[in-house]
Design a protein around this ligand. Sequence first.
Ligand SMILES: [Zn+2]
Ligand SMILES: [Zn+2]
Length: 177
Amino acid sequence: MIHLYKLPQEGLRLNGTTEQLALEGDVSLRDLTWSVFALASDGDVFLEVKGQAVWQGACSRCLAHLDRPLTVESQFLGSKDAELVARGCHTLGSQDLDVVFLPEDTLDEAELVREQFELQAPMHPLCAENCQGLCPTCGKNWNKGPCHCQPETSTTPSALNQALAKALAGIKLDPQS
Ligand SMILES: [Zn+2]
Ligand SMILES: [Zn+2]
């Protein structure tokens, strides 16, 4: 637990490792190493979270299992001052920092670390840029080859082409005026 308003003058640095951390959904992190730095700043608290982990989840198109390295490096200002928080941003030195509302006197570093890693987690990860996804009808993984379902869109373009061909033919056949 970090006591935000009883920080040593030189700041407080905490380092830790977490073997496994479950996130929302079917997602988890493993092999986390992290460090948290908290420094008093004019009644507010400068906070820095750095760390690395392996993100374990699934491709958002084909649902294949994915492992991704995840790096977190985040700095912000924690404040009790609702007005400052409403402004959303605070310049400290040459840095523009986001301001986060921290109404309590203490901060749970494990919770802070989890939040910051969660923010960095990929939203729509893909196993490959050109992942083909799953067939919506039979569920076959199209990366492993096509299925035998009738593609839904196959009739639309050809019908359109036919209409277009007819229209063009009609133009050609028009007697000259
Ligand atoms: Zn995929
Ligand atoms: Zn199919």
